[in-house]
Design a binder for this molecule. Structure first.
Ligand code: COA
Length: 433
């Protein structure tokens, strides 16, 4: 059968396609801005026909109605990362959180630890050979689709077409629903004076020719502001956003010195505005791959001079980093932080940076603390930590004693909290600061 006939046979309405989901099944939703919002809206509107459907999602950028109050009987959210839209549900017990490294998520689906009944994804229309393209989110979305018993795809002509390992054949999908709508956008973050100072300090650690991984948020965006005088930078990152496009135009990022896939941006998903989506669309310099490739520490380390930049909630005086919970309250997830900390540290000439404002909650709490809050999960352990950066400077912890780590961290803490930290230091190490 030609793919065109197969496609038209499988083309249906959202209402009919979503009848493929049965009670007690596990549904994996396409990641981040790749989520098929239209399918989710229709699924929620049909909630009365479902009982106890598990919704597995990671960075959920849409409305997250499936975990709103009143949905408990129909849907149970299983978060691989907790975001703004899902925090309340997880805290209230309407959802669960599964700890995991980002790079290992595909293997959870493929190995059958988390068997996938249904993958709900968003794709481009098929190309000449009958392949649809996953566009902005390949990450776990492609492996989950390959592992799923049923795949329901929203076909959106506004989804960018990317290069890499990012396609499914029409024959691999169970039902197609055509619905065109703009891809969800992530607006650039507000960058204040503190973020600028942090960005400037991080930029001191970045050399011409380095390959970068940048997380999401104001700090990564601020780092990019201070890279305008660098040359020949490259990107190997689980995701990237609009700030990178500016630096390509400025001739700063060209991927020319990369030791893995020279000349190419390598990523697993993308989040930004239409400016980013237009930049990546049909751009042979941008390649997206599943996250078990992009985020695998052994792949990351093959990039010489790899620098990773991520953020955290708290760091204690030993260098233990809590990035995903405030005490017991889960506010995000491990994501790719540890994947990149390890990969970058193992790379020849590599560095990993955790960059944070010295305080949180409008300056009322220090992020550098004697002890992590009770119940906090250690995301990056003290042995893995390399650099911590705040607006007050750079602390290089790798290879340092506990005492020297504590001193280095106190030097970059906020002056309002330094006296208390110094007291802890003197009590713990029985010596003057
Ligand atoms: N004590 C109490 N609350 C704290 C805190 C602290 N030490 N540090 C942060 N918070 C609170 C903030 O007040 C904010 O609360 P609000 O949403 O109610 O205002 C919330 O935690 C998030 O903090 P914010 O500073 O806005 O977050 P961010 O967008 O800069 O993200 C992380 C910071 C750590 C949450 C984020 O980088 C993350 O999830 N990291 C782990 C995953 C990762 O690194 N992935 C790799 C790259 S994608």
């Amino acid at each position: 059968m030609s793919w065109k006939v197969e496609y038209s046979d499988k083309l249906t309405t959202a209402d009919k396609a979503l009848d493929l989901i049965k009670s007690n099944e596990r549904v994996v939703v396409g990641h981040a801005v790749g989520e098929p919002s239209y399918l989710l809206d229709v699924m929620v509107s049909k909630r009365k026909q479902y009982e106890n459907v598990e919704i597995v999602h990671m960075v959920a950028m849409g409305k997250c109605d499936y975990c709103a109050e009143g949905m408990e009987k129909h849907f149970r959210h299983n978060a691989l990362f907790v975001g703004t839209g899902t925090r309340k549900a997880v805290e209230a017990g309407r959802g669960d959180f599964t700890p995991c490294f980002f790079y290992e998520i595909p293997s959870l689906f493929k190995s059958g630890i988390l068997p996938v009944d249904v993958a709900l994804i968003q794709v481009t229309p098929p190309d000449q050979e009958g392949y649809v393209n996953l566009g902005v989110s390949v990450d776990y979305t492609l492996p989950a689709s390959k592992a799923a018993k049923k795949v329901i795809a929203q076909v959106n002509n506004q989804m960018p077409r990317v290069y890499g390992d990012c396609k499914l054949h029409v024959s691999e999908i169970t039902a197609f629903v055509e619905h065109n709508s703009p891809i969800i956008e992530l607006r650039p973050h507000k960058i204040g004076e503190i973020e600028k100072a942090i960005g400037e300090n991080c930029a001191k650690l970045i050399k011409d020719g380095d390959t970068l991984q940048l997380g999401i948020g104001a700090i990564p965006d601020a780092v990019l502001l201070f890279l305008k005088d660098k040359k020949n930078l490259g990107i190997h990152s689980e995701m990237f956003s609009d700030g990178v496009v500016e630096l390509v135009k400025a001739g700063v990022i060209n991927n020319s010195k990369k030791t893995l896939k020279a000349g190419k941006f390598v990523a697993s998903f993308l989040m930004g505005t239409k400016k980013l989506y237009d930049f990546v669309d049909n751009n042979p310099d941008v390649e997206l791959y599943p996250v078990d490739y992009v985020n695998h520490p052994v792949i990351i380390m093959t990039n010489d001079n790899m620098v990773s930049i991520n953020s955290c909630v708290q760091v204690d005086l030993m260098g233990q980093v809590a990035s995903e919970s405030v005490g017991l309250k889960q506010i995000s997830g491990t994501g790719g932080q540890v994947d990149f900390v390890r990969g970058a540290t193992m790379a020849k000439g590599g560095k990993s940076i955790i960059a944070i404002p010295s305080t949180a909650a409008n300056g009322t709490i220090s992020k550098i603390v004697p002890f992590l809050d009770e119940g906090a999960a250690v995301t990056t352990c003290r042995n893995d930590i390399d650099y911590i950066v705040t607006e007050y400077g750079i602390a290089h912890l790798k290879g340092k004693t506990l005492k020297d780590r504590a001193r280095a961290l106190i030097h970059i803490s906020h002056p309002d909290f330094a006296p208390e930290l110094i007291k802890t230091y003197e009590d713990r190490f029985h010596c003057k600061f």
